[in-house]
Design a protein around this ligand. Sequence first.
Ligand code: ADP
Length: 249
Amino acid sequence: QDEPRVVLSARGLGKDFFGFTAVNNVDLDVHHARIHALIGPNGAGKTTVFNLLTKFLQPTRGKITLLGTDITNTKPDKIARMGMVRSFQISAVFPHLTVLENVRVALQRPNELAVQFWLPLSSLDRLNGRAEVLIDELGLTPYRNTRAADLSYGRKRVLEIATTLALDPEVLLLDEPMAGMGQEDVRMVADIIREVARHRAVLMVEHNLSVVADICHHVTVLQRGEIIAEGDYATVSQDPRVRTAYMGT
Ligand code: ADP
């Protein structure tokens, strides 16, 4: 009854590829200040759902609402400006620039057309201020003058998330944010995602189920394009259909 507001929702979402149904009848509610996981075996339709939500793919069926606005027919570039971004979408981390420089570039990007060659001093101050706040929020302050190329893999990922947050999204979509990381980086990135989700909604595809158990408030399990279970991790992990799905049937 005390659930925070819904910021992103899908109803009856479906996608056919040349007659093959990749996603069918998906209902989803993503809440502010919550971490929502999308899990399921390979080929379950997780990536397709992400592409539908961000409008990289046009749904065959269903309706998507972002912050109260129907975005079923909205173009992807507009979606980002409306407040939903996907981590790789702007993964413009420049290896030769420092952490601070990378975040500043990302902060400038949304205003690029208006800014042209120079900024008035006051907006430069504002830009630097916002960059410092973001860097601090993501635990990157000790690395602010480190070149992106010299960061660990995990921190590079965090910097990528920082550049995404430069657009000030209300909803952040992360596609396997811990992929290829060692234990230590996994734990660090998990903490960062928890921090990020204090003020934003996060929807993530994640294969590492202990991370899902640890940080996700809500889990939606897909199999063959349809939802087979949802709820908190403790609930879905007990579901016989989920257990069977993960045993590879
Ligand atoms: P997941 O991300 O859970 O591994 P996907 O969303 O990538 O699953 O794929 C779901 C199903 O849709 C798979 O059977 C895949 O082969 C199929 N699929 C995905 N994209 C396309 C496409 N562009 N054309 C045809 N089939 C596709």
